[in-house]
Design a protein around this ligand. Structure first.
Ligand code: ATP
Length: 360
């Protein structure tokens, strides 16, 4: 365990300023999961930026995914789970999930194991990142624990498989409440539930009925519904007409990447998974094996995820400093990684953000 400095002021978590409940165990030790592919590079960048922000945290480094499989013979070592249960908060790099083979997604496993039911992805335009739209400001709220991600699949007969979509009233109500609470605390104007209830009348129908019931408790926030295909078309033609999006797990996974594309791609969009007892902060991108180990990855997504984490553990000022640093670097356009059309390396981008924070 690398010890930087531990300080607990005894103050209650300030995470409510972000509209998110903070952890209850009174510690500022963070489980640090470097992850696979570009994970270690971008996670190290985030640690550098957090330390430059002045936030005093203790890191409990843990392996997961392919790195843990190689070292310990399992992608989810007991020590990792114990650390997550102890700290309640993790900063995590992407983990490798093989397509159509091997172990199940570790991300899905961890979210379900820790009951991190709400995935939040704030998607914001940045000055200096050129995209067709300038003022995108969307909050994607995705249910994280059920739907087709329940992993219930079986072969009915050779050549025929079934994959079961599970939707429950309990999970639908709590994610709807999360979306409305977020909207209320962050002064957002509307919540749009995205669905396909015209086809999946029972499952998506239940999700919508729960969302409507919760919406009635928040009369000041406008509630809308949109079918997922129409919502995708409107997102790419008129994204500014949306505010908070409320989605089941699968639609949320797909639509949130679409939203990332509206503001500059996977390299700039942060993400967090919240539950009642803890949270994991991670970038929305994957392991990017094509550029892993080359010092080419854009660290901004995980750096902005760290800012969300700092808010959660009671460092809102440091979170603001990091966001201003990122914005200033992007606005100047002088230090851009390859995905943003520039030539800067991961380390150069990180150093530029730290410099911008010092000058802020
Ligand atoms: P995985 O299987 O882990 O999801 P992937 O390569 O299929 O990996 P992503 O990692 O999400 O999916 O990457 C998709 C593309 O976006 C890749 O070409 C990758 O190089 C690029 N990319 C993803 N994240 C970043 C980043 N942080 N910086 C630069 N490029 C990135």
């Amino acid at each position: 365990m690398k010890r930087t400095e531990v300080k607990d002021t005894g103050k209650s978590r300030d995470a409510k300023s972000a509209g998110i409940p903070g952890p209850r165990n009174g510690t500022r030790t963070i489980t640090l999961i470097p992850g696979d592919g570009i994970g270690p590079e971008v996670v190290n960048a985030a640690v550098e930026v957090i330390e430059a922000s002045g936030a005093k945290l203790e890191w409990d480094r843990q392996l997961a995914g392919a790195a843990a499989l190689k070292r310990f013979g399992t992608p989810v070592p007991d020590d990792l789970l114990a650390s997550l249960k102890r700290t309640g908060v993790a900063l995590k790099g992407p983990l490798e999930t093989r397509v159509g083979e091997g172990y199940r997604s570790i991300n899905v496993y961890l979210r379900r194991e820790l009951d991190l039911y709400a995935n939040l992805r704030p998607t914001l335009s940045f000055p200096g990142v050129h995209t067709p739209f300038r003022n995108v400001d969307l909050i994607v709220v995705r249910e994280n624990t059920e739907d087709l991600y329940s992993g219930i699949e079986h072969q009915v007969a050779p050549g025929v498989v079934e994959s079961i979509k599970v939707i429950t009233a309990r999970a639908s109500r709590r994610i709807a409440r999360f979306a409305f609470e977020y909207a209320k605390r962050n002064r957002r104007k509307s919540v749009t539930a995205v669905h396909k209830a015209n086809i999946m009348k029972l499952s998506d129908g239940l999700f919508l009925r729960c969302a409507r019931a919760v919406a009635r408790e928040y009369p000041k926030i406008s509630y809308r519904e949109q079918i997922v295909d129409a919502a995708c078309m409107r997102l790419v033609t008129d994204p500014c007409s949306f505010d908070v999006l409320l989605l089941e797990n699968l639609y949320g996974d797909i639509v949130s990447d679409l939203c990332a594309g509206l503001v500059g791609g996977l390299g700039v969009v942060p993400g967090a998974n919240y539950g009642e007892r803890g949270a994991i902060f991670e970038a929305v991108h994957g392991t990017a094996p094509d550029i892993a180990g080359m010092n080419l990855a854009n660290p901004i997504a995980i750096i902005l995820s760290s800012a969300m984490m700092l808010e959660y553990v009671g460092y809102p000022r440091q979170a603001g400093l990091i966001r201003r640093g990122v914005q200033s670097v992007l606005k100047s356009g002088r230090t851009m990684t390859r995905d943003l059309g520039g030539k800067a390396t991961t380390s150069e981008m990180t150093a530029a953000i730290v410099r911008a924070m010092r000058n802020a």
